[in-house]
Design a protein around this ligand. Structure first.
Ligand code: FAQ
Length: 316
């Protein structure tokens, strides 16, 4: 092993964060670009299912909260794209990969939001799953990613609480509202536990990512933690988790749960979920329609740079 690689390994083993200017093995860089850019794409595609309900929120308070949440997701995309850029990929390249299907985004955002209760279920379950996955990422080995995650997690906690509160209000409301909440739980539970990715014995990246301390837990470990917490939270809501095989296992100290439909998961990941085409089309349209804004911002930045250079020359 050459000196640079040895130094890198030592840093990883001693929990010293890797920074943008450090030497990195090529595959470490590639893995991070893949994971961080896919994470960023998930944040901005994730704005769409909830954006669908901003104009139909049931009160001004709910509308303001939802609007703020969706804006937060855009901010998360921004921190993450910026973190990925430190690894040598441009924003345009990442966008191209999203638009051409070369890069993935989370499977969960390919499901439709058909009732107001879905805003509750997404906040409670989807943001809940995101936090479970992302809190350990605050200790990921790449510094710019870890630091971005600290702020993201603070905001995700607020998102999770607002979702749970929507579910609590609905489940304590009229019979129709309670049914709406149960229906949302029925539709979002399984896709949420799929979010953690394929099982460990079918996850090509987990072992190496855990060795590099990019991932701190495996997909199955995080999924189990999420199920254990989610089932207890559903009890508080008085709702039933749609899994007849769910059972507390005294020996393991965890809930056993039913078999996940991995065919459905891969089908969605491959682009055949209920909303995949619509999501990518919407993103492409937003990108095309935003071109004039990017052009104007670039022209303005260039002009300022030229002016600053001119005044430095004059002063010299
Ligand atoms: N969907 O070997 P692994 C959010 C792919 S943010 C689609 O296990 P890895 C906030 C995977 O990319 C949600 N594809 O891979 C929010 C790989 O394909 P590739 C996103 C998936 O990377 C809330 C292949 O399968 N969070 O929700 C999925 O070690 C509400 C093999 O998988 C993050 O991205 C999936 N669910 O582990 C926003 C967190 N799972 O790349 C709005 C950071 C796996 O070889 C509203 N990412 N695949 O073509 C991670 O922790 C990891 O990347 C995993 C996957 C755990 C997602």
């Amino acid at each position: 092993m050459d000196t640079l690689a040895k130094h890198f390994e030592e840093k990883i083993n001693n929990e010293v964060t890797i920074e943008a200017k450090d030497w990195l093995p090529d595959n470490y860089r590639k893995t991070l670009i893949r994971q961080i850019s896919q994470h960023a794409h998930s944040e901005i595609v994730g704005m769409l299912p909830e954006g669908n309900w901003i104009t139909r929120a049931p009160s001004l308070r709910r509308k303001a909260v939802l609007l703020a949440k969706v804006q937060d997701e855009a901010g998360h995309g921004l921190y993450l794209y910026s973190a990925a850029e430190t690894l040598g990929i441009s924003r345009d390249e990442m966008m191209d990969q999203l638009h051409t299907g070369k890069a993935k985004y989370s499977s969960i955002f390919n499901y439709p939001t058909i009732s107001w209760a879905d805003m509750g279920a997404i906040g409670w379950l989807v943001d809940g799953a995101a936090i479970m996955n992302q809190v350990p990422l605050c200790r990921t080995s790449y510094g710019p990613y870890a630091r971005a995650m600290v702020r993201v997690c603070k905001e995700e906690s607020f998102h999770q609480r607002q979702g749970f509160e929507i579910m609590l209000t609905l489940s304590n409301g009229s019979e129709v509202q309670r049914k709406m909440a149960q229906d949302a739980l029925n539709r979002w539970w399984w896709p949420s536990i799929m979010m953690f990715g394929p099982p460990d014995d079918n996850s090509p990246h987990t072992a190496q990512s855990v060795r590099w301390r990019i991932k701190r837990f495996t997909n199955d470990e995080l999924r189990q933690k999420f199920v254990d917490i989610g089932v207890e939270q559903a009890k508080i809501l008085g709702l039933e988790v749609p899994d007849k095989d769910l059972k507390w296992n005294e020996e393991r100290g965890h809930y056993d749960f039913g078999v996940i439909n991995w065919d459905e998961f891969w089908n969605v990941v491959k682009g055949n979920g209920p909303c995949n085409k619509q999501r990518v089309e919407t993103r492409k349209k937003a990108w095309d329609e935003g071109k004039w804004v990017r052009d104007a911002a670039t022209a303005y930045a260039e002009k300022r740079k030229a002016r600053a250079a001119e005044s430095t020359m004059k002063a010299a």
